[in-house]
Design a protein. Structure first.
Lengths: 150, 267
């Protein structure tokens, strides 16, 4: 089936099968590999995107469900050579090691700061609790969020 | 509304169904987006089945037990997507079942968990299938004396669930084309939900205990202890548990959480 959706502000079309995830469509059909596929079970958050402004796991949304809706991926946050302030903060704080979790964390952080520009420690932990990182131990990630909030 | 044809599955938030479809554990010829047909939103003590866990968690009108059950379930991303109706109907997390072992719930004649790995499994009603129901929300709603309204009937939440047997392996008593439309709860004087997990956030309950105090006493609902959400008349009923070697620790957890929950609601 054919779906039409807005991705990062652009009107896009894709041919998808009924059971196909939005994550697969973004990565394989729309040329946007920024959202990562790690668990595809909703457990790691590496596929986080904003669907109509709500933070979701793209691996659990069917592409068909996104028909007619608005999607923002990590690619839509900054421009080449002009990273989003959250992306800059992640680099500056040294919050990136292998980088697999980073796109999801950046999207989740952008969502957090949009709702709560000065988040408490608890809010930061809660907001990022759906994003797993195997490398950093999270301390530098939390540093990055605090830095971005300044 | 209603009448989903043969081979059609309803999809709400998709957080449970999408991976099951992909892994071939559930088959569907056609999917229907339920969010277009079922009500959502909160109106007094009535909750539309399409209301997300995130909406419930954020609404101060909702009793503490249900808000906490939502807040402690899954991750923010999942709570943004997952609906209360879908949560009540989520499939078991038993890994044998998820890995498609030909176990009793899949129509076979053994429970692999009973003989094998069953640390996360049940302490009640576990002789046929030892799975432990994962819904924090259902535990809270049992304590809150909830009623479920469907496209066909309305009745107590406990009646939505059944224990599997040789004739019927389903854990839910719902027609193929029947949809949950609303959930109604009784407003308690005080309520609480306590959840024991392997890590501090974002894990399924090893044991979850909801307690709600009413005029006539405290009602208790438990997650993670039986194949279906489990109601206890009192903590004394824990004496009737039949833990497996690997789940005996859950009885201790249930006792401790139960005492704390009852104390917390002033019961
Ligand atoms: C990684 C992970 C962790 C989780 N952790 C927890 C946890 O700690 N605690 C907890 O309680 N839950 C947990 N969950 C479960 C999660 O909360 C549920 O998956 C979610 O609430 C299901 O809602 P949904 O709208 O996405 O359901 P869907 O996936 O859309 O549907 C689930 C099932 O219900 C049916 N259905 C949905 N709505 C209706 C309706 N109105 N009428 C009839 N049938 C309907 C669908 O056909 C399907 O069979 C977790 C899930 C995941 C993936
Ligand atoms: S506990 Fe239930 S779902 Fe798990 S293996 Fe046994 S019969 Fe199957
Ligand atoms: S790939 Fe979506 S949550 Fe892990
Ligand atoms: S940096 Fe490697 S998973 Fe987070």
């Amino acid at each position: 089936m054919k779906i039409e959706l807005t991705v990062n502000g652009e009107q896009r079309e894709a041919d998808v099968w009924e059971g196909e995830s939005l994550l697969f469509a973004l990565r394989e059909k729309l040329g946007l590999p920024g959202s990562k596929n790690a668990c595809e079970q909703g457990e790691c958050g590496s596929c986080s995107v904003l669907l109509d402004g709500t933070l979701v796991c793209a691996c659990l949304v069917l592409a068909a469900q996104a028909d007619g809706h608005d999607v923002v991926t990590v690619e839509g946050l900054g421009a080449t050579g002009e990273p989003h302030p959250v992306q800059e903060a992640f680099v500056e704080a040294g919050a990136v090691q292998c980088g697999f979790c980073t796109p999801g964390l950046v999207v989740a952080t952008v969502d957090l700061l949009a709702h709560s520009p000065q988040p408490s420690e608890d809010e930061i932990r809660e907001a990022l609790s759906g994003n797993l990182c195997r490398c950093t131990g999270y301390a530098k990630i939390f540093d990055a969020v605090r830095l971005a909030a300044q | 509304m209603g009448a989903l044809g043969n081979g059609t599955r309803g999809l709400a938030g998709g957080t449970d169904l999408v991976p099951l479809l992909r892994d071939g554990l559930v088959a569907a010829d056609r999917l229907v987006d339920l969010r277009r047909v079922i009500p959502s939103g909160i109106d007094g003590t009535a909750i539309g089945a399409g209301t997300t866990l995130a909406e419930l968690e954020a609404d101060p009108q909702i009793p503490d037990a249900l808000r906490e059950a939502c807040r402690l379930a899954a991750s923010p991303q999942l709570r943004n997507m997952g609906t209360i109706g879908g949560n009540l109907l989520q499939a078991t997390r038993c890994w044998y079942w998820r890995l498609n072992y030909p176990c009793r719930l899949h129509g076979g004649d053994v429970c692999h968990a009973r003989e094998g790995q069953h640390r996360e499994h049940a302490i009640f009603a576990n002789d046929y299938c030892a799975s432990a129901h994962p819904s924090d929300v259902a535990a809270a709603l049992l304590a809150l004396d909830a009623t479920v309204e469907t496209t066909r009937a309305a009745g107590p939440l406990a009646g939505l669930y059944r224990l599997p047997d040789d004739h019927d392996r389903n854990l839910v008593d719902l027609g193929a084309d029947e949809l949950i439309t609303r959930i109604h709860y009784e407003r308690p004087e005080q309520s609480v939900y306590l959840k024991a997990m392997d890590r501090k956030r974002w894990a399924f309950a090893l044991v979850g205990v909801a307690a709600a105090r009413y005029d006539d006493g405290v009602r208790l609902g438990l997650a993670g202890v039986a194949p279906i959400p489990w109601r206890l008349a009192s903590l004394d009923d824990l004496e009737q548990a039949t833990p497996l070697p690997g789940t005996a620790y859950k009885l201790e957890l249930a006792r401790a959480l139960g005492r704390r929950a009852i104390a917390a609601v002033g019961g």
